[in-house]
Design a protein. Structure first.
Length: 299
């Protein structure tokens, strides 16, 4: 009876094997790579041994908001390399043309990613072209690992009696804790009841906040607190065509509607988030460096 082979003896025998260049090429493996990483009983190839790329979900979500409204195909600093890996995976699935694999998360990438989400059975807001943790992880199977995942949490959470997701509620509580007065919502998320909102509240991450009982200084301090924890927040005034209130979008919320994401693009570039694309009128003393909830928590 032939001697029984265990895993170690198989590996040792394979490590002593030699191959001609013709044999290596016929196996689709470059000679140098084959010498550096021997095949392991057909179960472990050079590709499997190589470390997977890493995709930072926070950066990809930022690009999802900042890139699509841009003219041209400029990329978002810090995000482009992560977007590129996602686009390469979409191309491998036959969902994105090679010309659009450029690190710019534009409308073509949004459309391709939405098709990927639908192929997984997602619908509605879960197939909006913005990566969720599940779809991003499945797309990266064998290609990349996902770091710094972002989740909206429950969509039926609430803050002050208004519907928001868990991520937004946590952000509001953190901002409220910086103030000696309470944050009171006049409108929550996942609602299309107010046509004046232009669809910004249709998804998650967006709220309106009452300021009727606050002084001018308190209003601006509330804007600063909201921005500090990761909201794109603006004080709306009658000169903007609104009653006084604060409009706030939770940057990088994966449930955010397209119109709300476009407002994050405006915030990123120092604009007011309104149709006139005017400059942000927030006084310098109440501005903060751009951040988002997960980044704020790390700091």
């Amino acid at each position: 009876m032939p001697a029984q082979l265990d895993e170690r003896s198989v590996l040792m025998n394979q490590s002593r094997a030699t191959y001609t260049r013709r044999q290596l090429l016929s196996r689709g493996v470059a000679a140098g790579a084959a010498l550096a990483v021997p095949a392991l009983a057909g179960t472990q190839t050079a590709a499997a041994v190589a470390a997977l790329a890493t995709v930072d979900m926070e950066q990809v979500l930022l690009a999802c908001q900042v890139d699509p409204p841009k003219s041209g195909t400029g990329t978002t600093p810090g995000a482009a390399s992560h977007v590129l890996v996602v686009e390469q995976a979409l191309q491998a699935k036959g969902l994105l043309a090679s010309a659009q694999v450029d690190g710019h998360y534009g409308t073509s990438t949004l459309t391709a990613y939405a098709a990927w989400q639908r192929s997984l059975g997602f619908t509605g807001i879960d197939a909006n072209g913005v990566p969720g943790r599940t779809s991003l992880t499945q797309l990266g199977s064998g290609r990349y690992d996902v770091s710094r995942p972002v989740a909206a949490g429950s969509r039926t959470d609430s803050y002050g009696g208004k519907r928001v997701n868990t991520r937004t509620a946590d952000m509001l509580r953190a901002a409220d804790g910086m103030l000696s007065w309470s944050i009171t919502l006049t409108q929550g998320s996942y609602t299309s009841s107010n046509p004046d909102s232009a669809g910004t509240h249709d998804g998650g991450g967006v709220v309106d906040i009452s300021v009727s009982s606050l002084s001018t200084t308190q209003r601006w301090q509330t804007v600063r607190a909201l921005r500090t924890v990761g909201f794109a927040a603006w004080l709306r005034t009658p000169s903007d065509g609104f009653d006084y209130h604060i409009h706030a979008n939770g940057i990088s919320d994966p449930d955010m509607s397209r119109t709300a994401r476009d407002q994050v693009n405006d915030y990123y570039f120092g604009r007011n988030g309104l149709a006139n694309n005017a400059a942000d009128n927030t006084p310098e003393a109440y501005r903060v460096a751009l951040t988002w909830w997960e980044k704020y928590k790390r700091a």
